[in-house]
Ligand binder design. Structure first.
Ligand code: GDP
Ligand code: MG
Length: 751
């Protein structure tokens, strides 16, 4: 048993009431390597929702939450995952700042060190360093369920004696052992622990002792750290400690550095290595000696991850892998649209009913028109896609938590690399509508997993080409009217066209304006895990909420804007007078006839036609109409008339607006399902419309400027308005070129 362990055991036996807590609130920090389950434990403890992910390094900020146990109020801090406590990375600096704060009253009472029990050797490296800092610590042997399955046995009592700290087996996911770990942390925090003191061998030990003595004598940082720890950090060349020491006591610092120089030279001469490396070696040596005492036994090392390996043989097989992947994508596509059609219908009906009810309540006029056409229709357009998005994101979250998304990224990495992208670009593309029906907004957010700024930018700029959920109604309408022979195939070809455009454009961008090295695929393939309900729900909710929040708020404003630009300026009364008089006269005639009169129907038709003419005149006169007509000459070569131009302008605000704006532009008033059919009829009869124009419009909608909200989030992620302007202007020009070509070819082929 080590000295510290003996100390610990003795103190526990004494009853451990040495320094009882008089504080109202205590701090407990959760530390550990990335992916060991800290955030999961944190959520279990505090009940708050945090992102729980399989991607390494999701936790970057420190998170706090509260819990009270046995009458003690605990402030819990979730630290970023780190492997070490040397100030090299941002995570390490954050973690150290919390564990050894400048203000003593912020020092945590104790640390719960969460470790992956299946990888104890690597995980304990951090534990040793926390112990060397002298912090009271509890070892939470987490993922005990997986360890048990893999045949790993932990002798808790023995391990605890060896390390000199309490050890508690936990399963953060189910909450098993967490309360006990916290109870132990409070207890060990009350009695305190001596810092761990391990030997660093014949070269370093004497130097360490000398340095420790000097540090103790001068009281250098001893209020915050154990003296030996400061000495170790200096030997390890820790920049933060060196800077602090140099600032506080320049002369002592010089003496300490001289010691380091000397021993470094010696180690270099004799062992051909550095003090840092010697220190790491001895730490691992200590850990191995602890584990070798029989505290941890493995039934068979090959059992570990055997399931994962077996599954990977099939799922990432060179031939089977891609086939299965296509199958999975196809199944997701099917599930989303087949299942989603029901709730989507309900939501549409609900908003239709709401619109009708409000219509009936309000008098005719601008207010009614604003509320019904501007707000309710706009919101309805967004909300009707929510069910599809929820289903899509649930499926994505399931695959992500199961570990399959990482495999997809791994398999597609080689393909993507050829186009200057990265395996991790797969998720953003899929979320943005890579299998039709996603949304670019969460897609753009998902690019955060990309480490290289250049690959991230290339992904950001090309993912708006995907067939997102808001473009689908346009496709469905036009395919239904002009390509009714094989609608599914046409939709599939459009989805492919989106991919082709994205990959091609990525290649071009990466060899021109965003040239640069590609980063290797280093994402560790996590073992397969059964997804938990909570994690899937959290993931899905986070992404859906992003869509709702951004789309919901901006979209209402946007649809009011579209409404206003299509309403004002109003026809001047003289122009409107003849039509209005005609309508009034017809209305009178209709009203005069009894309900069942046969003459009524033709009159009603005439009335509707007159009303339609009036609204078309009004639209022509409005701001949007005038703008559309001004643009018309430029869009002749791609086959669009001014009405389509108005709809496309609305589409920049939000793609959902295209079909409804077309409806209004074709004098059909508000859109409901029946009238959508009549929009289709109108298009079919209109001499301006044909297969070539429909194809051209579909490609244009697929490729032109991203919608307003997507542009806003692209700004956030890309960091400059320059890329936003690029996205708008370049994509629209590209779409124009493609559509013009398609229109020419279409006119020749379909004529
Ligand atoms: P962090 O990086 O340390 O914050 O780790 P997370 O809390 O994000 O967990 C990483 C993954 O491990 C998630 O998929 C969790 O659901 C999973 N996980 C966490 N704790 C356990 C556990 O005790 N058992 C199992 N089987 N999985 C766990
Ligand atoms: Mg985390």
């Amino acid at each position: 048993m080590t000295q510290a362990a003996a100390d610990f055991t003795r103190r526990r036996q004494d009853g451990g009431e040495a320094n009882p807590i008089h504080l109202q609130e205590v701090r407990i920090a959760l530390a550990g390597n990335p992916n060991c389950g800290k955030t999961t434990a944190f959520n279990e403890y505090t009940g708050t929702h945090q992102h729980v992910g399989n991607y390494p390094g999701v936790t970057v900020d420190k998170k706090e939450g509260f819990i009270s146990l046995d009458g003690v109020n605990v402030r819990m801090v979730d630290l970023p995952g780190t492997y070490s406590l040397t100030a090299y990375s941002q995570e390490e600096i954050v973690t150290r700042a919390v564990l050894a704060p400048a203000r003593i009253e912020e020092k945590p009472l104790a640390v719960i060190d969460v470790v992956d029990t299946s990888a104890l050797e690597r995980n304990l490296f951090l534990t040793v360093q926390i112990r060397e800092m002298g912090l009271p610590v509890v070892l939470a042997c987490n993922m005990m369920d997986e360890a048990r399955k893999a045949g790993i046995h932990v002798d808790v009592k023995k391990l605890s004696e060896q390390l000199g700290i309490p050890v508690v087996p936990t399963v953060a996911r189910s909450g098993e052992g967490l309360k006990e770990a916290l109870r132990e942390a409070i207890a060990v925090g009350r009695i305190g622990l001596e810092p761990l003191n391990i030997s660093y061998g014949p070269d370093l030990d004497p130097v360490l002792t000398r340095m420790e003595r000097l540090i103790t004598d001068k009281g250098l940082l001893t209020d915050r750290y154990p003296a030996r720890w400061v000495a170790l950090k200096i030997l390890e060349n820790d920049t933060v400690v060196l800077e602090e020491v140099g600032r506080l006591m320049p002369d002592v610092s010089a003496a300490l550095l001289a010691e380091r120089e000397e021993v470094a030279r010696h180690v270099q001469d004799t062992l051909r290595t550095s003090p840092e490396a010697v220190i790491a070696d001895y730490r691992y040596g200590y850990i191995r000696s602890v584990l070798r005492t029989g505290a941890v036994r493995r039934e068979s090392t090959r059992d570990r991850l055997a399931f994962t390996d077996k599954l990977d043989k099939v799922l990432t097989n060179t031939i089977l892998g891609p086939i299965i992947m296509l199958g999975v994508l196809y199944a997701m596509f099917q599930l989303t649209f087949v299942l989603g059609a029901y709730p989507q219908g309900w939501v549409e009906e609900g908003f239709g009913w709401l619109g009708d009810s409000v219509s009936a309540l309000l008098p005719n006029g601008f207010v009614k028109s604003l509320i019904v056409s501007g707000i309710i229709d706009g919101l309805g357009g967004v909300m009707s896609f929510v069910p599809l998005i929820v289903i899509m994101f649930t499926l994505v979250a399931l695959l992500e938590d199961f570990g399959y998304m990482a495999r997809m990224a791994y398999m597609l990495d080689r393909v993507f690399r050829a186009f200057g992208l990265h395996g991790a670009s797969v998720m953003p593309f899929i979320i943005a509508g890579g299998i039709a029906g996603g949304c670019a907004i969460p897609g753009v957010m998902a690019t955060r997993t990309l480490r290289s700024p250049k690959e991230k930018l290339a992904t950001l700029l090309t993912l708006p080409y995907m067939a997102c959920g808001a473009k689908l109604p346009v496709f469905l309408l036009l395919v239904g009217v002009f390509f009714p022979e094989n609608p599914a195939r046409t939709m599939f070809l459009l989805t492919l066209a989106g991919w082709a455009a994205a990959l091609l454009m990525a290649r071009i961008l990466r060899s021109t304006i965003i040239r640069g090295e590609s980063t290797p695929f280093v994402m560790e393939l996590p073992p397969y895990r059964t997804p938990t309900l909570r994690s899937v729900l959290t993931h899905c909710w986070e992404r859906t909420w992003m869509y709702l929040k951004k789309a919901g708020t901006v979209l209402v404003a946007v649809s009011i804007l579209i409404w206003a630009s299509m309403t004002f300026p109003t026809l001047d009364p003289q122009q409107a007078a003849p039509l209005e008089a005609q309508i009034a006269a017809l209305q009178e005639k209709v009203d005069a006839l009894p309900e069942e009169d046969a003459a009524r129907a033709p009159l009603e038709d005439e009335l509707a036609a007159a009303e339609a003419r009036l609204s078309e005149e009004a639209l022509r006169y409005s701001f949007a109409g005038r703008l559309g007509m001004a643009i018309e000459p430029f869009t002749r070569p791609v086959g669009f008339d001014w009405r389509t131009d108005v709809a496309l302008l609305g589409g920049i605000a939000a793609k959902e607006a295209i079909v409804s704006t077309l409806g209004t532009a074709y004098s059909l008033g508000e859109q409901d399902p029946e009238e959508a059919t009549s929009l289709a009829e109108r298009l079919e009869q209109d001499p301006n419309w044909n297969k070539a124009a429909a194809l051209s419009l579909m490609l244009f909608v697929l490729l032109y400027s991203p919608c307003f909200v997507a542009l806003v989030v692209i700004r956030q992620e890309a960091g400059s308005w320059g890329w936003v302007a690029f996205s708008m202007i370049f994509n629209t020009a590209f779409a124009y070129a493609v559509s013009a070509a398609a229109y020419r070819i279409g006119m020749a082929v379909f004529a």
